[in-house]
Design a protein around this ligand. Structure first.
Ligand code: XMP
Length: 516
């Protein structure tokens, strides 16, 4: 049996958090959509334990997604969370009914029995806060199960068949609003299922290297390098696995920050000795962007040209069968949302998603199982420099979406200088690592100023810095006024062409992090 915990996803918004909590406990786990988990897949995955996630469906509706019976025949511990509890109860012979009182948000739970799930955390008689989010509820227990906790609206708030090691909870242990939740998940994985809790980045690295070798064999791999954390980690990991069978291509669209292109070349070609093509396509990009002012149009133009340049460079190399990408776990999970509901495109993010099919290449995606902070940990494990590993995210279309309006070389150069001063001050103040992203925006506005005895009529810029955990929501960073004053002074004194500095205090929502 592998040391893998399988999370069967029924489409909950917070399924990823189950994985995070378990990984924090040193347990290796994978999320798979419920439609794909049948007897055959279970045999392949060979999990040591299974967690059934929550989900938006109702088990009492006709076409409700169900947990495959093979899950309960696998002879491994199973924990059903919310919808997962309900589908488990139904599949094993219990009854689920529509709750007359929906229960959303904080609820108080009363522990009614001892259980291995609660061991060392909760005692019978305890009243504990949990987070509920459900309409339906279990009303008749399947054979073999007993109640271990209740709440006002969920008499079967936690149930257990200790003999078969099947557990169900109506609440969400994976969210922070269930303060003891992480401990319960840990109990399930370590005490009940017998995981050792020894999954580490070093272990991940060794396994990833073995997997890359077995996937690639003697083949050649092309990897697009951007200088960001994800593609850098992919490149160094692949190089460790397959050496010079790896060819990196760095498409330099000229929309990078000051000295960034040189840094990429220095680090990867000179320091790591990774075969690297530096395709300087900045002229081409500037030409393509000439007259393009609409943000979506900019993104599409850059994305399409990026693919063209990359493809042309890769063809020159000749004969690569694989394309490496820095796809992360959240990208993978988002794309298997089973509701498939339409979501509005706020911004079309730039990636090279169309490439593999167009170039007839197979994908190598060694970071598919990792969250962003785990990629950083892997980067550290691989010995990448801290400045790179802790680097703020940078958008694929680069500075083009930080210059509202038409893009020119002069504007890019101006913005690069402003940005460099701003980040220098942030680093000097020791604030870089407290901030999710900080950057400058060149405003399409000229303002009047006075410098010395003369009048100026120059451009204005905006500074932005936000805190965030995932980029989905963000708050502006509360710099001290003295700091902002210092930065503004330096920018106006050092960057000719700028005579006014503003600070953006918009959160997301309603704003977005980037200006375009
Ligand atoms: P927004 O502006 O949508 O940004 O609040 C959220 C995060 O995504 C980054 N971002 C992009 N990344 N291509 C990317 O690779 C893009 O087109 C793009 N647009 C925004 C942004 O920097 C922030 O981290």
């Amino acid at each position: 049996m592998s040391d893998r915990l399988l999370i069967v996803d029924f489409g909950s918004q917070v399924t990823q958090l189950i994985a995070r909590r378990l990984r924090e406990a040193g347990v290796y786990c994978e999320i798979h959509p419920y439609q794909q988990v049948d007897q055959t897949r279970l045999k392949e995955l060979d999990p040591k334990a299974i967690v059934l996630s929550g989900g938006p469906a109702s088990v009492i509706e006709g076409e409700a997604p169900a947990a495959d019976p093979a899950i309960f025949a696998a002879k491994v511990p199973v924990l059903g969370i919310c919808y997962g509890e309900q589908t488990m109860a139904k599949e094993l012979g219990g009854t689920v009914e529509a709750g007359h009182h929906r229960e959303f948000g904080r609820a108080e739970l009363e522990v009614t029995a001892k259980s291995a799930l609660f061991d060392g955390v909760w005692q019978p008689g305890d009243r504990k806060q949990v987070w509920m989010s459900h309409g339906d509820r279990v009303t008749r227990l399947p054979p073999g199960f007993g109640i271990i906790a209740t709440s006002e609206n969920a008499p079967f708030a936690a149930i257990a068949d200790e003999q078969r090691k099947f557990y169900g909870v109506q609440f969400h242990p994976e969210v922070m609003h269930t303060p003891d939740g992480a401990k319960l998940l840990r109990n399930f994985a370590l005490n009940i299922a017998g995981f050792k809790g020894d999954w580490t980045m070093a272990a991940f690295k060794d396994r990833a290297i073995a997997q890359i070798r077995s996937q690639v064999g003697k083949g050649r791999v092309i990897c697009g390098l951007s200088g960001g954390v994800d593609s850098s980690v992919v490149a160094v990991l692949l190089h460790e696995a397959i050496g010079d069978q790896l060819q990196c291509v760095f498409v330099d669209h000229g929309l990078l920050r000051l000295d960034e292109a040189d840094q990429v070349v220095r680090l990867f070609r000179d320091h790591y000795n990774i075969p690297l093509i530096h395709a300087d396509a900045s002229e081409q990009f500037l030409k393509a962007l000439d007259g393009v002012t609409d943000p979506e149009h900019k993104r599409k133009t850059i994305g399409a040209l990026f693919i063209d340049v990359f493809e042309a460079e890769a063809k020159k190399v000749g004969g690569a069968q694989f394309l490496a990408q820095g796809t992360l776990y959240p990208d993978v999970i988002e794309s298997v949302s089973f509701t498939g509901g339409p979501s509005v495109t706020i911004k079309s993010h730039h990636n090279v998603g169309g490439l593999p099919a167009r170039m007839n290449m197979k994908l190598v995606e060694p970071l598919r199982e990792l969250f962003k902070d785990e990629v950083r940990a892997l980067g550290r494990e691989l010995g990448l420099p801290a400045e790179l590993v802790n680097r703020h995210p940078f958008p694929g279309p680069g500075l083009a979406i930080r210059i509202p309006g038409n893009i020119t070389k002069d504007k890019l150069d101006l913005l690069r200088k402003v940005d460099a001063v701003y980040l220098d001050e942030i680093r000097k103040a020791g604030l870089y690592d407290d901030i999710w992203q900080a950057f400058a925006v060149l405003l399409p506005v000229r303002t009047v100023g006075v410098m010395g005895d003369g009048r100026t009529y120059d451009q204005a810029c905006a500074l932005r810095a936000v805190t965030s955990t995932d980029g989905m929501t963000a708050d502006y960073y509360p710099f001290e006024h003295a700091f902002l004053g210092r930065v503004a002074n330096r920018i106006i004194n050092e960057v000719r062409g700028i005579n006014r500095v503003t600070y953006d205090i918009t959160s997301k929502p309603p704003g977005t992090i980037e200006w375009e």
